[in-house]
Design a protein around this ligand. Sequence first.
Ligand code: F6P
Length: 358
Amino acid sequence: KKRIGILTSGGDCPGLNAAIRGVAKAAYEKIPDVEIIGIVDGYSGLIHGESRVMKQSDFSGILTLGGTILGTSRQPFKTIRVIGEDSLDKVANMKANYKKMGLDCLLTLGGNGTHKTANLLSEEGLNVIGLPKTIDNDLWGTEVTFGFHTAVEIATDVIDRIHTTAASHGRVMVVELMGHKAGWLTLYAGIAGGADIIILPEIPFDMEAVVNAVARRAKNGKLFSIVAVAEGALDTEEAKLKKKQRAAQRAERGEKTASERIARAIEAATGMETRTVIPGHVQRGGSPCAYDRVLSTQFGVYAANLIANDVYGVSVAMANHEVTHNPLSEIAGKTKFVTPDCQMVRVAQNMGISFGSK
Ligand code: F6P
């Protein structure tokens, strides 16, 4: 008999429910008398002892459902470690509630922050397994995270739709996609949607180079341009500044993100009509694509097998197209960034796509 606790933490994404369902269905098949405890709203539920015993029927009909049936919250690792003003020791509380809930193990579905806390709890002696989810695809040790491909599909559809209106009006359209630190989503959707310029957080841009790329297209008779910009993009000067200085500078200029400034600079320099489009959280909403449904199910089933074999302190991963696992201690705290010389960046460059760098 085993009691499995499951929680989903950090920003939601399509595929979370499919993964929960994968774990549950395989666990009911493989582990005699298994009981699944749903922990509410991520680590917050573990800190405050909020959970519910799940029934088999809770896992039916959720394969295609977006978001998470368990709820989620952002509990940054930094604040998890800090003992609050109310003298609440969150780590001690999580350990106590794990015991109180009678758990044999804890499954945490999340991204980088979630994995840091998962590793901390594992070091504290809890049996923890991580499952890699994020639309950013920036988790160390796995080729792919679930949620990423759905977000790429949505963002690509946005660029496709922008393409037709851009062409009709002869405009420059600056599409701002999600990704504060990692640019995988913008890179993939930019290639899939045929963007002319792709601007990523990892490759600081030079405004003159961006403007020149648009002007060059116009000179060659291309009367519209699509610029795909990740929300965390920085120009070379901003990249040298600290986060606070950057925020102050932007506030002074009356702008929130780089995309607004890029749009204004292009319009001022080329005289071409320019618009900014921000699809925002639409990129994280709705049903997972077929790829993510399959991936989430694979990861979930693999996690259930790890539990059946009492393998803990690990995170499920994809390596060389095979599902596998990595020690939490090896991946926690590391981020998988786009590198300027990675294959996908080179593919784009070979296609004549500009990254706006000098
Ligand atoms: O990590 C996923 C993500 O969607 C990022 O791409 C984005 O920068 C961030 O979350 C947005 O955070 P929030 O959900 O707090 O608005």
